[in-house]
Design a protein around this ligand. Structure first.
Ligand SMILES: O=c1[nH]cnc2c1ncn2[C@@H]1O[C@H](CO)[C@@H](O)[C@H]1O
Ligand SMILES: [Zn+2]
Length: 361
């Protein structure tokens, strides 16, 4: 008797070799565990584990907390070792190399300059060290045959009061590698409208920004981010499903998000860890894709989730049975939603992404 078998989806290794685009990745959430150990030893910072494997496991377990607030406490250890120009340069260089090795051809990596001033660096020194590190890592990646373009987003912390300064910093460095602005941190109790002056300033400067919204808090946060602050994209935005009824009827906000093609920077593993989704299989990404929202797949924090772009895609292949057409769609969606100029986005889509997926499908 012939055994019929379901054709297997793309394997992890095939996904790794396919070009991918990443819009939501935190620099201080993606350090190599060995680098944290090395940098911590140099400054006498005490860590909860003594080996790279042990430390990697500690981050994932500690971040697996069911709450965004507890998840965010793990960043104390990464931010602590990123307080000198050398350390920032190293972390940024390694980030570009790690993403390139994972097959990411375009990445927007974000971090909060205001969190790196503990040992005397100024805000411009922080930004320059990171931009230099990305340049060095990207140049090495190109030499190794895995070219990557890295754009930087400057994040302001939503509980703090420096968003205007950080917005100005993003404009000062807009021609040197900074492609946009973001706000992050605990969501409940810190609505994005606290930073309205910064967003209005950025709009007047014809700049781009995304806002973490609809992750730990629901629709009001998404509505404010879009209709008060003017965000170009939503960091997570996963709770937009709260505005989708039975029979998939869209409420006015969900309809607006879909009609205006507002990009959703979805981060499946991170959402499971913070409790925004019960499991990958139950993650709203399946529904949002079926309804043709502008869905993108992202890592958020590779260290805290023990993940990579390839792993996030492989998890979706496993959970939802996706094949190359869906993975290409996510990748093109991300590229269309990037903050670099239109002609550069188009070049990556037409010259890099589409030809590679054409060979795979
Ligand atoms: O998923 C998230 N939601 C909100 N804030 C976050 C998330 N991941 C990281 N950060 C925050 O962003 C800062 C700058 O990179 C990190 O230090 C962390 O506090
Ligand atoms: Zn994030």
């Amino acid at each position: 008797m012939a055994v019929s078998s379901v054709p297997a989806g793309p394997s992890f290794d095939e996904i790794r070799r396919a070009p991918k685009a990443l819009l939501h990745d935190h620099l201080d959430g993606g350090l190599r565990p060995a680098t944290i150990l090395d940098l911590a030893a140099g400054i006498g910072h005490e860590l909860p584990a003594a080996t790279p494997e042990g430390l990697g496991e500690w981050f994932v377990a500690a971040a697996d907390s069911g709450s965004l607030e507890r998840y965010l406490t793990t960043f104390a250890h990464t931010v602590a070792v990123m307080q000198t120009a050398d350390a920032l340069h190293r972390v940024a260089r390694e980030c570009a190399l790690d993403l390139a090795r994972d097959g990411v051809v375009y990445a927007e990596v974000r971090f909060a300059p205001e969190q790196h001033l503990e040992r005397g660096l100024s805000l411009p020194e922080v930004v320059e060290a990171v931009l230099d590190g990305f340049r060095a890592g990207s140049a090495e990646a190109a030499e190794q045959g895995t070219p990557i373009r890295v754009g930087t987003l400057l994040t302001a912390m939503r509980h703090a009061a420096r968003s205007m300064e950080i917005a100005e910093l993003s404009i000062r460095y807009r021609d040197a590698g900074v492609v946009g602005f973001d706000i992050a941190g605990a969501e409940a109790g810190y609505p994005p409208t606290r930073h309205l002056d910064a967003f209005e300033y950025l709009q007047r400067e014809n700049s781009h920004f995304t806002i973490h919204a609809g992750e730990a808090f629901g629709l009001p946060s998404i509505w404010q981010a879009l209709q008060w602050c003017g965000a170009d994209r939503l960091g997570h935005g996963v709770r937009i499903v709260d505005d989708i009824g039975p029979d998939n009827a869209l409420g006015r906000l969900a309809a607006y998000v879909r009609d205006k093609r507002i990009p959703l920077e979805l981060c499946p593993s991170s959402n499971v860890q913070t409790g925004a989704a019960a499991s990958i299989r139950e993650h709203p990404i399946g529904l949002l894709r079926d309804l043709r929202f502008r869905v993108t797949v992202n890592t958020d924090n590779r260290l805290m989730s023990g993940t990579s772009m390839s792993r996030e895609m492989a998890l979706l292949v496993e959970a939802f049975g996706y094949g190359w057409p869906e993975l290409q769609w996510f990748t093109v969606n991300a590229m269309k939603s990037a903050f670099i100029p239109f002609d550069e986005r188009l070049a990556l889509i037409n010259d890099v992404i589409k030809p590679a997926y054409a060979k795979l499908t």
